[in-house]
Unconditional design. Structure first.
Length: 164
């Protein structure tokens, strides 16, 4: 399973994301500290700053200094959904990546990211929005990972019904 079920708690943290360009890249709306933590396998506390420049994201953290593409970040809810053009950018990015068994699909950490979002959804409406997002980008995952995400969604939905 992608993530274990744990009690939900709301944690508010100060943003470490800063915008360094007068023109904000359209994919900047998907840049999150949670994604940075998963992509680079670091803790939130170890991120110093995530700078969104016009064409690239700079991540600076404990033992980490990297420029990454906006196309490395998974979509999130609460902002405009991904466009066809943006999904094309993701697919091109995945094709360029090395050591991927499924070169036309998202990195595995994206599935972990979404499983965590399912687990942290405070209400069923938020969980539903995450599920809807996954359904819109299901091309990004192989059938096995997609099934794991569906199971995680279902388990969290049942937990929200019981605890709600």
């Amino acid at each position: 399973m992608l993530t274990s079920l744990k009690p939900r708690k709301l944690v508010i943290k100060a943003s470490k994301i800063s915008y360094k360009s007068s023109e904000i890249h359209p994919l900047a709306r998907f840049v999150t500290e949670e994604a940075v933590c998963l992509k680079f396998k670091i803790k939130f506390e170890d991120i110093y700053v995530v700078e969104c420049w016009q064409y690239v994201v700079y991540v600076h953290g404990k033992g980490l200094s990297k420029f990454v593409s906006y196309a490395d970040f998974p979509p999130v809810i609460g902002v405009a959904p991904p466009t066809t053009s943006e999904t094309t950018k993701w697919r091109r990015r995945w094709l360029k990546q090395h050591n991927f068994i499924y070169r036309k699909q998202a990195p595995v950490w994206w599935a972990r990211f979404f499983a965590i979002q399912f687990n942290q959804a405070p209400w069923d409406t938020v969980l539903y929005d995450w599920g809807k997002l996954i359904n819109s980008i299901k091309f990004a995952f192989n059938e096995e990972i997609l099934q794991q995400l569906r199971n995680c969604y279902r388990d969290n939905k049942e937990l929200l019904v019981v605890s709600g």
